[in-house]
Every structure is written in structure tokens, then in C-alpha cells.
Design a protein around this ligand. Sequence first.
Ligand code: NBP
Length: 498
Amino acid sequence: MAEIGVLGLGVMGRNLSLNLADHGYRTALYNRHYHVTEAFLRRCREQEPSWRRLQGFREMEDFVDAIERPRRIVLLVKAGEATDLTIENLLPFLDPGDVVIDCGNAHWLDTIRRERELRRRELLFIGCGISGGESGARFGPSLMAGGSREAWERIEAIWRDIAAKVDPETGEPIEGAAPGRPVSGGEPCAALVGENGAGHYVKTVHNGIEYIDMQLIAESYWLLKHLGGFSNPELAEIYSRWNEGELASYLIAITARILSQPDPRGDGYLIDRILDRAGQKGTGKWAADSALALGVPANALAEAVFARYLSSRKDERLQASRRLASVPVGRVDDPPGWSEQVRHALYCAKICAYAQGFQLLRAAQQEYGWRFDFAAIARIWRGGCIIRARFLNLIASAYQRKPDLANLLLADDFQSALHQGHPAWRQTVATAVLNGMAVPAMSAALAYYDGYRSERLPANLIQAQRDFFGAHTYERTDQPGRRFHFDWVGGKRETVVE
Ligand code: NBP
């Protein structure tokens, strides 16, 4: 009998199945179109003996029957309607106590609904965020599970086995897994983060941070390239060097690789031939939607999503570039000094990006009744996932020391990094603006920082305007706890409203 089943053999399902097989799990496989299953198994059998642990089925009923009870069935199908349809088709074959684990990129509200519906049928349901793309699924993803403890206990050992591992001493990802030879030892990047939709919510916030991180890196690249005048090999060298320090992360590492890639179709570099139109699958928007819905000032997140929208309007931008006034883009006098400034700006803005992500998690736990362990979430993001970064160790320590920390910006390590880096950050944003270069995420993060640290903001005027046109009332600084309305037209009477 199989110990687990995987339903959906797209990119993620195939790779997660191989990961399971590498770890010795007998795995049953099913895909809507059987020819996909057949082709996959044929390739597996030719390549690696341990993959004989994978067994494919044409009929869904036979697939379910082949899994030992109570069953564990992983769904890796397209998120949305396809997931509902798949669950509906599975239901007649399941028995009470079986656990269904949806590893697709589901919206957390769908997961909350599905968990409730399956619980009514005495079935367990886990919504599990999975990050790391194809190679993460293959050699160790970051796994963010949401569900009941009973359901989690049924998959915990497997999840810890197949997840990415980090060195318990340094927190650095342990690399080196190969087909048939998984990483052994290390701290697994897998955890139960909360009930029902919590895992998919954490994954959504992960993706939101990923959007900001990518936008910030893209902005830094643009500033270095155009204002610093660095060539692609020099840029690759700069990012490789940055990858040795506080910015060390998967996204910085791949940026260095990307910038040094020659064009396979001719002279020059591939990066210069790639169209500047960014795609998206919508999880960044979900995160930004949630920030708006929950009243969380995640402006860098929103800007990162908007920046992709703006980039996708290539034809309009082309027209506008010929018609709207601009300023000539200059060159800085001291390119090495400039790259240091940009490095500080990137790091400070990145701290704000993560601060906004964790603020979102804080607000969501109140809204949905979850209780997040922020340190644990930071720890499972250190390996396997797209935003894995050295400085997640600092975030984990900050929350470990102070689980109720109001905002990451206030953690000692980040306070001092911001103290040290903010002059260069300001200089970077100012230089970009004066040269007509858009740095939406870097400047939004700076506005967030400056707004957050301001004892007073001009919101007094907004309150006065609201009271003027809509009698929305205001509070006075000298009479706390009471609300007032002023007769702005008559100009005489201020009344106490309550
Ligand atoms: P793929 O596009 O490679 O595969 C999609 C799978 O969904 C195929 O097995 C397909 O079956 C199945 N499917 C579809 Br489409 N409609 C179905 C339906 N109505 N009923 C049953 N099965 C259906 O996607 P993927 O990249 O493997 O992603 C799978 C899930 O994992 C998605 O939810 C995705 O958001 C999530 N995810 C992806 C990544 C990533 O980096 N790719 C990362 C994290 C999470 P077929 O072969 O018969 O068409």
C-alpha cells in the first residue's frame, strides 16, 4: 500500500512526488489526464531506482484504494474551481479520518470554507502553502501548513522529511540534495502555522514580500546600471558581493547569475533582450487586497503590485515616453560610492518590506482568529522558499526575544541598520527622483519609515477637512477622549459631540 497519494502531476506534483520517493515514501499518483501519469512514470523508471516507489493509476477510485488508511492525499492542481471539482470527485471514495492536503496556491478564504465542509464529513483538511517553485518541490520546499493539530500530526513526519533544511547553528540553507540522495539532518522548514486558512494566508504574505523584494532589487539594478554606469558583468559582481553580507538571499544570488548570462541567441547579455513587462499570477494582489481590507499600511507591497501593472502597459508607456516631459539621466561622480548607497537603500527598504509583511500577519490573526508564532514563520522561510534570506535569522531572533513586538522596525538590529543606512537611502531616492527614474517600492518604503517614525503627521488637516465638509468630527490634542465638531461656515461654535 502507498503511504501517501499525490493528485495532480503538473510541474509541482511531479517534483513533490520525486521528493517523496527520494525520502522512501511509497507514493500513489493520479492525474486528470492519464497520459501525463504514464509519461511521467516511464521517465522515472528509466532514471532512478528509488522512483519505483511511485505507482500511477488511471482511475481515481483505484488511486484512493491504493493508499493505506487513514489516507493522506496531496492535491497539486490548479487553484480555484479545479480544486473544488477535484475534491468533489474525490469525496465518494474517501473515508472518515482521511486527510486531504491542498498544496495549491489557494485563497485562504477558500481554504477556510473547504476545511469546514470536509470537517462536516469527518474528513481532515490541510491548506498548505508551498514555496520554492519546481526545484523547491523537488529538493526541499518551505511548507506552511494550516489545519487542525490532529491533521498536522498525520503528516508532520513526512513534511519534516521532504522540506528544505537549514543549519541549526547558522540558519543557512543546507544545499546539496540530489536525486535519490536527500539532505539528512538540519532544521526542517515546515510547520503548522495555524488553523484552516492560516497556511495559505502565510504563503500569500510570503508572496507579497517576494513581490516587494523583487521590485526593490529591480530598482537597485536600474539605478546601478543607469546612474552608476555599471556593465552587466560589473553588476553581476556587485550582487555577488552583496550576497556575502546582510543582503544574502536567494533573490540576490539569482540576480547575480541572471546578469552574467550571455544571450544564447547572439552577442550581448540575455537580460538586455528580455521584454520589460512583468507578469503575475495574483498572489501579490491578494496580499495587497488583504492589506487594504485589514487597514494595514503596506504601501511598498501595493507599489510592488502596481509597478507590475504599470510595466505591463508597455504600449502606453512607449507613447508616453515620446510625449511627456523628462529630465536627462545623469551619471554619478563616484560609482563605487553610489553602489554602497544603493546597497544601504536596498537593505533599509527590505527591512520595511518584511516589516509590512509581518504587520499584515499580525492583523490577519486578529481578523481570522489565528495565533501566529512569528519567529517560527521567519524560521521556515529561511530555506526552500523564494524569499529565503540570511536576515530572516535576525527576524526570528527579534520575535523570539519579543513575541509581541509591535513592528520589526523597532527591533534592535533593524533600528541600528536603519539608523546607519537611512541617510544613504534618502540620497538614493532623491538622486533617482532628480534623474526622473521611478523607484516606487524604495520610495514607498522610505515614506513608510518616515511616516511610522513621525510623532505628528498632517492628518490634523485631513480631520479638519472631513469635519468641514462632512461633520465627521475631530479630537483635540488638549482634550483627549472627546470628539468635537466646529461650525466652519459660521466660524463661531465648537460643539462637543459625545
Ligand atoms: P501545472 O499547470 O504544471 O499543473 C496543473 C495541474 O492541475 C495538472 O496536473 C492538471 O491536470 C491539473 N488540473 C487542471 Br489545470 N485543471 C484540473 C481539473 N479541473 N481537475 C483536475 N486537475 C486539474 O501547475 P503547477 O505549477 O504544478 O501548480 C500546481 C499547484 O501548485 C497550483 O495550485 C499552483 O498555484 C501551485 N504552486 C505552484 C508553484 C510553481 O512554482 N509552479 C509554486 C507553489 C504553488 P492535467 O495534466 O490533466 O491538465
